[in-house]
Design a protein around this ligand. Structure first.
Ligand code: FDA
Length: 371
């Protein structure tokens, strides 16, 4: 008999929810992570009393009451509403595209006026079958919105010209004909009071955890510890990249502590123009309505990815999908291994989706073992 039922590789939301739920079902779990902290990408680092979102801004939002109730077991949420701004050609605009944005852009005061401009521009610049991202954006929102908010931002994000990017990157460009700056349409939204670590600590309370342990540095010994391995790292790395490497985009975060209490008056400001190398500045205190004397800001720089960097966004083109499917098929033949989470599934997931997918996995396993 092995010491643990589950060895969970990765202490992000997927692994932490899995460990919590299995522990509730009287299974013994060990959670390891190669980083020096728990929480994966939702981890917050406290500095000057401010919770700094170490791996990028994280705003919790969901339409699913079950998931909202689930996270509220572990933390109280504040009433933060994400309403980012965009600095474009020297002017500030509200996002997402709504009546405030259109007023700032064109001076239009009614939905009819704004709709009219957008429709005329789509008719003039759009095409029936867009072949690249530029044609797609022009066809969905017209020239002004594309040139003011999308072109340069997206080119920085992906490190490629909009004409060289595939159209599918932008599926929809939601425009709203109300004066509503709430970025998300979801019913529930907020930031956990005290930061995301409160949730992670709640999930992992009483569970054995070890940080600074890379699964691949001691794979054989670690596998001896548990009946089943739950792996939430990169899919291709699990197979030692034997069919090739899956590609990602990375980010570099530059933090700065400032001796002033308020730098930009908002948590998120996008920097659209190509003249800035970064795409956004995050001012962390505003996520929690902080009143500290100082403030911490983070400039976010998109970067090319290699294995020495954090893998943030999967590059979902045909080649990568084909490669992923090969790994996926092989993973399904393995016994006593479960792969889950954003890296093992090579997919961009929001937090609420990751929690739902981890809960679904636990339910699937539990119902199979009850049969
Ligand atoms: P996660 O990456 O958190 O955890 C995996 C863990 O496995 C890591 O801690 C890693 O160190 C560990 N690991 C990997 N290989 C290992 C090995 N060999 N040995 C040991 N440990 C290993 N969502 C949302 O709802 N609202 C938002 O605002 C945002 N914002 C956002 C911004 C940015 C920049 C990104 C990239 C993502 C978001 N997200 C988001 C998404 C959110 O971050 C995501 O849904 C979850 O963090 C995913 O949790 P996982 O557990 O799947 O992965």
């Amino acid at each position: 008999n092995k010491k643990y039922d589950y060895l969970i590789v990765g202490a992000g939301l997927f692994g932490s929810v899995f460990a919590h739920e299995m522990t509730k079902r009287n299974k013994k779990c060990l959670v390891i992570d190669k980083r020096n902290h728990l929480g994966g990408n939702v981890y917050c680092e406290e500095q000057e009393g401010i919770n700094v979102h170490k791996y990028g801004a994280h705003i919790f939002h969901t339409n699913d009451k079950r998931i909202w109730d689930y996270v509220n077991q572990f933390a109280e949420f504040n009433n933060y509403i994400n309403s980012p701004l965009s600095l474009s050609k020297g002017k500030l605009y509200n996002l997402p595209f709504n009546m405030n944005t259109f007023y700032q852009l064109w001076g239009t005061k009614t939905p009819e006026e704004a709709r009219d401009i957008i429709n005329k521009q789509i008719a003039k610049y759009g095409t029936k079958s867009p072949k690249n991202l530029e044609e797609q954006a022009l066809s969905l929102a017209g020239k002004d919105i594309y040139e003011t908010f999308i072109k340069e931002y997206t080119e920085k994000q992906w490190g490629k010209k909009a004409k060289e990017l595939p159209a599918f990157i932008i599926k929809r460009l939601p425009v709203r004909f109300t004066f509503n700056n709430n970025y998300f349409n979801d019913k529930y939204q907020g930031i956990p009071i005290g930061g995301y670590n409160v949730i992670i600590n709640g999930l992992l309370k009483g569970i054995d955890t070890k940080t600074n342990i890379d699964f691949f540095e001691d794979r054989e010994q670690l596998e001896l510890l548990a009946d089943t391995v739950v792996y939430t790292g990169k899919m291709d790395e699990f197979f030692d990249y034997k069919y090739g490497q899956l590609e990602y985009r990375s980010l570099r975060f530059e933090n700065e502590l400032l001796g002033i209490d308020n730098f930009q008056g908002n948590a998120v400001v996008n920097y659209n123009d190509a003249s800035y190398d970064f795409t956004r500045i995050i001012e962390h205190k505003h996520f929690e309505f902080g009143t500290q004397d100082k403030t911490i800001i983070t400039r976010e720089y998109p970067e090319a990815w290699d294995r020495s960097k954090e893998a943030y966004y999967p590059i979902n083109n045909d080649e990568n999908q084909k490669l992923f499917k090969k790994y996926k098929a092989e993973s399904q033949t393995l016994k006593n291994v479960i792969l889950g989470g954003r890296l093992a599934e090579y997919r961009y997931y929001d937090m609420h989706q990751i929690i739902a997918s981890s809960l679904a996995k636990v339910e699937e396993i539990s119902s199979n073992s009850n049969e």
